[in-house]
Design a protein around this ligand. Sequence first.
Ligand SMILES: C[S@@+](CC[C@H](N)C(=O)[O-])C[C@H]1O[C@@H](n2cnc3c(N)ncnc32)[C@H](O)[C@@H]1O
Length: 228
Amino acid sequence: MNKDPKIIVTDDGSHSVYLPEINESYHSSHGAYREAIHIFLLYGLEAWYARNRDKLPLRIFEVGFGTGLNAWLTLIWAEQNNVPILYHTIEPFPLEKEIYSQLNYTQIDETLTHYNNQFQRLHNMDWDSGKPMTDYFNIKKEQVKLEDVIMYGTDIVYFDAFSPKKQPEVWEKELLAKVVGAMNPNAVFVTYCAAAKVKKYLQDLGLTLDVVPGPPGKKEMIRAWKLS
Ligand SMILES: C[S@@+](CC[C@H](N)C(=O)[O-])C[C@H]1O[C@@H](n2cnc3c(N)ncnc32)[C@H](O)[C@@H]1O
């Protein structure tokens, strides 16, 4: 259970959610929106797409739906680039409506406001179901832990669990092996985390790391490729 979630404002003005019980927030205090764009959209999705333009539809697996920010930004990208995406996201502890309905992501700028309806639909759709959200974006949203989910072949992994300090079990080698095992040839794994232990596990599991800068406030992040 994620107890007593509180909405906080991060440095770029976008909201995040803070959990007092574990003293952890869902995003960087330096900017939730900027962080999501940097790690998942630029260094994950766009980087993969630049190398694999012909392999469609593109399949993404996300650990931790949370505020829905990554899923929604990916939906917008799919619409703007006319690229079909199948998005599989998991979340054992969904946020209540009183929290997600107050998040300010759709007010960041006019373009994003245009997709307000899709943000609400992503949250309001039933758990454990799949849905075509737009012409280009299909989502399957499951209320399940990474430990228990059945994974399908994926091209991009958005690994957005809580930090290894707060949630070590999710970063254990056995669980990472499950994720890496489901990655297609040429797939990429991205996360905000830059822990040496996680890098080593991913390398041991056969992925190739490249050095990429982290989002604002962070020197680096992990990006790892399954080169065929
Ligand atoms: C750092 S937050 C990020 C959430 C989301 N990507 C976002 O942008 O709001 C981590 C998320 O992982 C979820 N989570 C916790 N335990 C998990 C588990 N065992 N498997 C999958 N997700 C988990 C949390 O509930 C939380 O929503």
